[in-house]
Design a protein around this ligand. Structure first.
Ligand code: HEC
Length: 110
């Protein structure tokens, strides 16, 4: 279900996740194993791409500590839902790690 919409100039972000995740956030609990959060990125009203993050127990263990983001993995998809092979996923990790909220996915990735 949709839990947030962000409008930023010609960019519109719609963010979706499951009821269980929303309940966990409201209750202040850690996000459950299998959490998937999808950000749908629209430009000038047209579907542009998807960025997705997913948390699974044990994920991330193979990354060095300076890259690791807890148990989160990241992926970017094109508007036709194919994987965007051109996306540098290191950027997702490095920006989401401190999570200061100074900028956003869409502003930086053009
Ligand atoms: C320059 C920093 C930056 C980069 C790079 C970045 N993000 Fe984000 N991301 C953010 C911020 C800040 C938010 C908070 C919501 C927003 O975008 O307004 C966010 C939100 C999200 C969300 C929605 C859930 C939430 O926690 O708000 C997802 C999913 C996501 N990002 C995935 C990705 C993926 C996948 C990539 C790489 C392809 C990526 N991000 C790259 C900064 C970034």
């Amino acid at each position: 279900m949709r839990y947030a919409v962000v409008n930023r100039g010609s960019i519109r972000e719609e963010i979706f996740t499951s009821r269980a995740v929303i309940d966990a956030v409201k209750a202040g609990r850690p996000l459950p194993n299998g959490t998937v959060i999808t950000l749908v990125d629209y430009r000038d009203g047209a579907l542009f791409r998807y960025v997705v993050m997913e948390k699974r127990t044990g994920w991330g263990a193979g990354y060095p500590p300076e890259k690791r983001n807890g148990e989160w993995e990241y992926q970017a998809f094109n508007a036709d839902q194919s994987v965007n092979q051109d996306e540098n996923l290191d950027r997702c990790f490095s920006c989401h790690k401190p999570r200061g909220g100074r900028t956003s996915c869409t502003r930086s990735t053009g």
